[in-house]
Design a protein around this ligand. Structure first.
Ligand code: DAT
Ligand code: MG
Length: 149
């Protein structure tokens, strides 16, 4: 089954929005595979955002992600990578549609609440970076027949 990596960034944790974020993925019908509350090392932050290392905002982004704890998660479901990106909304919260997490809960790109993998291959790389195989839990929700035919 398709999986994606989701991280509630330090602003989401500090602002008490952990529950709101998790609720959106739960009520949509996706399945939680792994979750941990953690401080992020500089090394992990730099690896996670490696694709942006030449961008002017890179150092500030790494400083921000390592400044306070985050909630790292893996969610699974058919089409979860693209669907999670829609639930999250545009990178700039001011252009993110109302109803999306960024559209509803934040106002600046540097404090945009949440990360979600942008493609299936990216998700595989990020899940392997943040979680060991043993931390990924295989289980079946009792709601399965009520969510899918
Ligand atoms: P996304 O998080 O929507 O995948 P991205 O991969 O382009 O967006 O950028 C990663 C993060 O870097 C983004 O969530 C916030 C930060 N960022 C992106 N563009 C920025 C900018 N122009 N100024 C400051 N921070 C930026
Ligand atoms: Mg991205």
């Amino acid at each position: 089954m398709e999986r994606t990596f989701i991280m509630i960034k330090p602003d989401g944790v500090q602002r008490g929005l952990i529950g709101d974020v998790i609720k959106r993925f739960e009520t949509k019908g996706f399945t939680l595979v792994a979750m941990k509350f953690m401080a992020v090392s500089r090394e992990l932050a730099e690896q996670h955002y490696d694709v942006h290392k030449e961008r002017p905002f890179f150092q500030g982004l790494v400083d921000f992600i390592t400044s306070s704890p985050v909630v790292a998660m893996v969610w699974s479901g058919e089409g979860v990578v693209a669907s999670a990106r829609k639930i999250i909304g545009a990178t700039n919260p001011l252009t993110a549609e109302p109803g999306t997490l960024r559209g509803d809960f934040c106002i600046e790109v540097g404090r945009n609440l949440i990360h979600g993998s942008d493609a299936i291959e990216t998700a595989q790389r990020e899940i392997a970076l943040w979680f060991s195989d043993a931390e990924l839990v295989t289980w079946e929700t009792h709601s399965k027949p009520w969510l899918s035919e």
